[in-house]
Design a protein around this ligand. Structure first.
Ligand code: PMP
Length: 360
């Protein structure tokens, strides 16, 4: 068996011990005689798996008691509609901060449901930074303020939590949730697709303050009404059971590594190996403002786009895969979520040096 270093932006690498445990438990989970995939979501076995995953998530993120943790479906793109359907609470507009491709998608979808005030944007910089808070034009009457904490495609990340006064802050944390400690109480709602730091695709995590639920539009599908989901312990409809089980194993792995402070230290160390190399060479370049560089998705370019294909081919031959940048920005992108070991990043830098030696 050969495992590669997988730099995919998502679905992404999972911790190897999690995959091994899942393999061991595939045919018979804890003496039940069943695979988790075969269990009723209403049976005692799965209810225990689900409850443990929720408890671990609450513990790792220190989620306050007056927040609900929901396991939903539809991904973060689904939440782009589900958020306004639940969160407008009779108000006509919401504020959105535009930091790149994922914010743009959120804005476009929200416009189906409400007036969107783009309170801040880094479009002028080519989405290479987070627009400074001082320049945001917030509307105190807005239903909520939406940000994307980490732009997976552009490699731009917030390293601060915006103060938006009394208006609920909503964050798409799909690509940096569980990568560092956060203060959940500063947010009204957090959502994240699972397939980067949580587990396999198919489950979406929503963390929402109690007072913000129970106000869904009459047009909101019941399965996407936060109150309906919360009142039914995320089992109003059949949940993505296997994805929740694997997420639970990932959460246990994070806990065993020392929780989110340890994840952050590990992620900072890994990102520094790559960024230090980028800063020390003229061959590779990164346009992202230093203070807003993502610790999860490191984007960089080669001096000539014609070198992209040979670079990717050589990387693949060395077991370094999924490094091609998103088509909207080009170049390269190394996604280095929690499960990427530092050895993977070191191997990538060694290859980058070798490639520069041949082509520089
Ligand atoms: N937001 C962000 C920040 C993302 O990285 C992604 C997926 N790459 C999405 C939204 C969309 O997620 P999904 O495909 O799960 O709907």
């Amino acid at each position: 068996m050969t495992r590669v270093f997988n730099f995919s932006p998502g679905p992404a690498a999972l911790p190897e011990p999690v995959l091994r445990q899942a393999a061991d438990e595939m045919l018979d989970w804890h003496g039940s005689g069943m695979s988790v995939m075969e269990m009723s979501h209403r049976g005692k076995e799965f209810i225990a798996i689900h409850a443990e995953a929720e408890a671990l998530l609450r513990k790792l993120l220190a989620v306050p008691a007056h927040y609900k943790v929901l396991f939903m479906q539809g991904g973060a793109i689904g939440e782009n509609a589900i958020v306004p359907l639940n969160m407008l609470r009779g108000k006509p507009s919401a504020d959105y901060v535009d930091t790149g491709e994922w914010s743009k998608k959120s804005i476009k979808e929200a416009q189906k449901y409400c007036a969107v005030n783009v309170a801040g944007s880094s479009k002028d910089s080519g989405y290479t930074r987070v627009p400074p808070r001082a320049g945001w034009q917030l509307d105190p009457q807005a239903a909520y303020v939406h940000i994307c904490s980490n732009e997976t495609i552009g490699g731009v990340q917030y390293h601060w939590t915006p103060d938006v006064g009394g208006v609920p802050l909503v964050a798409d944390m799909s690509s940096d949730i569980l990568s560092r400690p956060i203060d959940v109480s500063k947010y009204g709602l957090i959502y994240a697709g699972a397939q980067k730091n949580i587990g396999p695709s198919g489950v979406t995590i929503v963390i929402v303050r109690d007072d913000l639920i129970g106000h869904a539009s009459p047009h909101c599908p019941s399965a996407f009404d936060y109150k309906m989901v919360a009142d039914n312990d995320s089992m109003y409809n059949t949940p993505p059971t296997y994805a929740i089980y694997i997420a639970g194993l990932v959460l246990k792995w994070i806990e065993s590594q020392g929780g989110l402070p340890a994840m952050e230290a590990h992620n900072r160390k890994k990102a520094a190996v790559l960024y230090d190399h980028l800063d020390g060479t003229r061959f590779y370049s990164s346009a992202v403002a230093r203070e807003d560089r993502s610790l999860m998705n490191v984007v960089f370019r080669l001096p000539d786009d014609k070198l992209d294909e040979p670079f990717l081919k050589g990387a693949q031959e060395r077991g370094l895969v999924q490094l091609k940048g998103h088509r909207s920005v080009g170049g390269m992108r190394a996604s280095i979520y929690n499960a990427m070991p530092i050895e993977g990043v070191r191997a990538l830098v060694a290859y980058m040096k070798e490639f520069e030696g041949q082509h520089g």
